[in-house]
Ligand binder design. Structure first.
Ligand SMILES: CC(=O)SCCNC(=O)CCNC(=O)[C@H](O)C(C)(C)COP(=O)(O)OP(=O)(O)OC[C@H]1O[C@@H](n2cnc3c(N)ncnc32)[C@H](O)[C@@H]1OP(=O)(O)O
Ligand SMILES: O=C([O-])CC(=O)C(=O)O
Length: 381
């Protein structure tokens, strides 16, 4: 093989390595479907529980199925005591994504059946992880803020309970809807970097927890899930809508990237950003976070003129921070909230991959090094 005969896909773009019926993205048209349903319909009419059921089962639940599924999630929400103790002892300076990665790793260690990979065992562990992610993230948040960790509260939906455990207040209907929408929009997105990482780990027959820890690690990066936090830092750097133009000129001069814009698959407006933009505008108008929103709109307008012709538009991370800030989360919790949503997609993909054909993932590279180099003893180098 030589460089002239091999087509190297550096970012694995356009490489199709499996089949999946979980998610369809039309990147040119800016369309997204979960198991055939339009993302806009799910965001408007559904709940995170319903969407998680859809992803795990491939169909929307009946009323009775949803009731049983939601009850199963509620039953799995609480954390082992020793994990709560340990979360309290995590350094307050640690990034919440590092704390989440550590906590999920601990959950695996505490599960006496960590390695079980029967379909029933995997499904049960998936439910348990979907249920526990909000409890873990809320516990990390409260512990960092020097507040007592709250136990999950029965009678609250997944989104409402997450908000309750995070803030100590039972949220309003509007706040719950806002969190539900954010979680629904981020629940699944095909073979993005974190899902692919989860599958790569799982393809070795590593246990579910290890695969999810791998996924959390990949989500942390600012080119992927970490972009929502990076957007907020970018807004702080810009400072005001009037500064957007000079900031953009500097960014272009150093060939930098506008965080929250651009996507490997979408070469049009990310439909999730469209939905979040609408909610962010409402939140900004109602609750006075209008400065951040105003800067974002200006970045979208001015950066759009430069980058839209190249297929670079706002992605899901562009407007989500305005929504999370409004719900009471600091910017370091934006990516953990993404993980609270994406755990459904990660586990659904692992369950699906097991059924399709759990084949070891192992790509190749074009070797560009030397061969048959004579070994020189260390004393002679
Ligand atoms: C949930 C998610 O993961 S959504 C994505 C979140 N990430 C971000 O928002 C970070 C900012 N965006 C990016 O870095 C990129 O758009 C990515 C990594 C997400 C996808 O990019 P890719 O499809 O891999 O494109 P690639 O990195 O090859 O860039 C192609 C060209 O577009 C430019 N480009 C891509 N994104 C941006 C951006 N946000 N701002 C400015 N230029 C950009 C690159 O500089 C490059 O230009 P060049 O050809 O002149 O060198
Ligand atoms: O699909 C991707 O590459 C990134 C993304 O938008 C997501 O994971 O939600």
């Amino acid at each position: 093989m030589s460089a002239t005969t091999v087509n190297i896909a550096r970012g694995l773009e356009d490489v199709i390595f499996t089949e999946s019926s979980l998610c369809y993205i039309d990147g040119d048209q800016g369309k997204l479907y979960y198991s055939g349903y339009k993302i806009q319909d799910l965001a408007e009419y559904s709940t995170f529980e319903e969407v998680s059921y859809l992803l795990l089962h491939g169909k929307l639940p009946t009323r009775a199925e949803l009731k049983a599924f939601s009850a199963a999630l509620v039953a799995e929400r609480a954390l082992p005591r020793s994990l709560i103790r340990n979360i309290k002892a995590y350094p307050k300076t640690a990034h919440p994504m590092s704390a989440l990665r550590t906590a999920i790793s601990e959950l695996g260690m505490l599960d006496p059946h960590e390695d079980e990979i029967s379909p029933e065992g995997l499904y049960q562990k998936s439910l348990s992880l979907i249920a526990k992610f909000p409890t873990v993230v809320a516990a990390i948040k409260r512990s960092r803020e020097g507040l007592s960790i709250l136990a999950p509260r029965k009678g609250l939906s997944h989104a409402a309970n997450f908000l309750y455990m995070s803030t100590g207040k039972v949220p309003s209907k509007e706040e719950t809807k806002l969190m539900d929408v954010a979680l629904i929009l981020q629940a699944e997105h095909g073979f993005n970097a974190s899902t692919f990482t989860a599958i790569a780990a799982y393809s070795t027959q590593a246990d579910l927890y290890s695969s999810i820890v791998a996924a959390i690690s990949a989500l942390k990066g600012p080119r992927h899930g970490g972009a929502n936090e990076a957007v907020m830092k970018m807004l702080a750097e810009i400072g005001s809508p009037e500064r957007v133009s000079s900031w953009l000129a500097e960014l272009q001069a150093k060939k930098g990237r506008v965080m929250g814009m651009g996507h490997r698959v979408y070469k049009a407006y990310d439909p999730r950003a469209g939905v979040l933009n609408k909610y962010a505008a409402e939140v900004a108008a109602k609750h006075g976070h209008s400065k951040e929103y105003a800067i974002l709109k200006e970045v979208e307008r001015q950066a759009g003129a430069i980058y839209n012709p190249k297929g670079i538009y706002p992605n899901v991370d562009f407007y989500s921070g305005v929504v999370y800030s409004d719900l009471g989360y600091g910017l370091e919790f934006f990516t953990p909230i993404f993980a609270v949503a994406r755990i459904s997609g990660w586990t659904a993909h692992i369950l699906e991959y097991t059924k399709v054909d759990n084949r070891l993932l192992r790509p190749d590279s074009l070797y560009t090094g030397k061969l048959d180099v004579p070994y020189v003893p260390i004393t002679k180098r």
